[in-house]
Write a protein that binds this ligand. Structure first.
Ligand code: SAM
Length: 235
């Protein structure tokens, strides 16, 4: 089985330039699951989140770069009151997450997309629609000349703030000190955000937070994660 060009055009093609892998091996079973679920819970590029059949009044929380979906499953299981929006550009990650969300019986409370977070936030999410955003272990792009590829940039931070409700949160994790400080400094300088730990600060790890795949890899290599928590303040 192959995902048709028409299917890919709807769910993964977009005009924005992105860095990082998008395609890779997907099993026949995973393709069948994508063909079954994405028309129901996917967010094709012509659709906006307001038309995606979210339950009225349920808090809407997004995870950007969900990898294989483990953290998304954790959020769905620990917050049955939330509607979740998972955004991940790597097709095999999307395929794994769809399988895990289906297996956990929580997939109908999720909307999943392979479009890049920059596109989704700019074109598919309305102002003040989100209650929270999680970003765990975004790509570090360690070389200085590649820092512009990092997802947290000034404009992206302002875009996230505009999509959050007042009181909404952004929570981030990274085990790369240089990237953790980069994210903290950009978000500390973003108008409308307050660092829960105070300017320059990191929070303690949330006690119920599971280790994501990338965090486990960092621990094996002797790295510790740092955590950030920001709240949208003002109107
Ligand atoms: C280092 S991995 C971390 C995965 C997962 N959050 C974890 O902690 O195990 C970063 C993920 O972000 C995804 N990603 C990179 N740029 C993205 C973008 N613009 N929009 C959505 N996802 C993106 C990558 O495909 C990758 O799966």
């Amino acid at each position: 089985m192959r995902l048709s060009k028409e299917f890919r055009d709807q769910f993964s093609q977009h005009e924005m330039r992105t860095h990082g892998r998008k395609n890779g091996f997907v099993t026949t079973g995973q393709e069948a699951r994508l063909l079954h679920w994405l028309p129901k819970i996917g967010l094709p590029k012509e659709k906006i989140l307001l038309d995606a059949g979210l339950t009225d009044d349920a808090p809407v929380v997004m995870e950007i770069g969900f990898g294989n979906g483990d953290f998304l499953v954790h959020l769905a299981l620990t917050h049955p009151e939330w509607m979740l929006v998972g955004v991940e550009i790597y097709l095999p990650g999307v395929a794994k997450a769809v399988g895990r969300l289906e297996g956990a019986g929580v997939i109908e409370r999720c909307r999943i997309t392979q479009l890049p977070a920059q596109f989704v936030l700019a074109h598919q999410v309305a102002e003040a629609q989100l209650d929270g955003i999680f970003i765990n272990h975004p790509d570090p792009w360690p070389k200085a000349r590649h820092h512009k590829r990092r997802i947290i940039q000034k404009d992206f931070a302002a875009l996230m703030v505009s999509r959050l409700k007042p009181g909404g949160f952004i929570k981030l994790a990274s085990d790369k000190p240089d990237l953790a400080e980069w994210m903290r400094d950009i978000l500390d300088a973003t108008s409308g955000l307050e660092n829960v730990a105070g300017i320059g600060g990191f929070i303690e790890r949330d006690t119920d937070r599971p280790q994501t795949k990338f965090e486990q890899r960092g621990i094996k290599e002797g790295r510790e994660s740092q955590f950030l928590h920001f709240i949208k303040v003002g109107g």
